[in-house]
Design a protein around this ligand. Sequence first.
Ligand code: BEZ
Length: 233
Amino acid sequence: MEEHVFSMPRIGEKAPEFKATTTQGEINFPSDYKDGWVILFSHPADFTPVCTSEFMTFATLESKFNDANCKLVGLSVDGLYSHIAWLRTIKEKIEYKGMKNVEVNFPLIEDITMEVAKKYGMMMPGESSTKAVRAVFFVDPKGIIRAIIYYPLSLGRNFDELYRALIAMQTADAFSIATPADWRPGDDVIISPAGSCGTAKERMTDTELDCKDWFFCTKKLDKDLVMKKIQKK
Ligand code: BEZ
């Protein structure tokens, strides 16, 4: 039992399957999301301030993520009625940074037994043995975990970064490139390092590339092309 607390899926592995009750009905994960990307994220507890600021922000950005072919699914170890009461309170009473009347339309999983939280390594006993940390799992349309980000209880997530990471991974898939530090759509992208002496030499004279050296070449990638490719059809 104890070892499940510490087990966690890794990047490149199939997302562990589960069936769960949520604020939007029952879900089968990840099979219900196989047509696109999905972000599964945990939060420590309902009716807490950092989590409330996060839910208001994520709910406000939901259509932007949906437009990028990505659904959102939240989880905490609270029960369904607590989730419902908290989301109703957010909509009816909470005004924060210009956001008000915010309706959370994505599913929020009840996980009182911590079954899902343990399966995904969201419980970190050094931080809390009763609350999940702020974990974020990016799952692609094939049900593969592509990125994992963890934050402690006291640190609210940066949702611009979650969106940037999603678009960067989709762009890498669509154009077979990699993205450099702080990349955003419209910035130059990185082409894979040369695998032979001949390619290394060719790269240095290729006028479409900007090579800092033979192993570090970038090229232009138009922002509109990127956004057109990753937008949901
Ligand atoms: C919060 O969301 O405000 C919070 C939750 C658990 C511990 C600390 C802060």
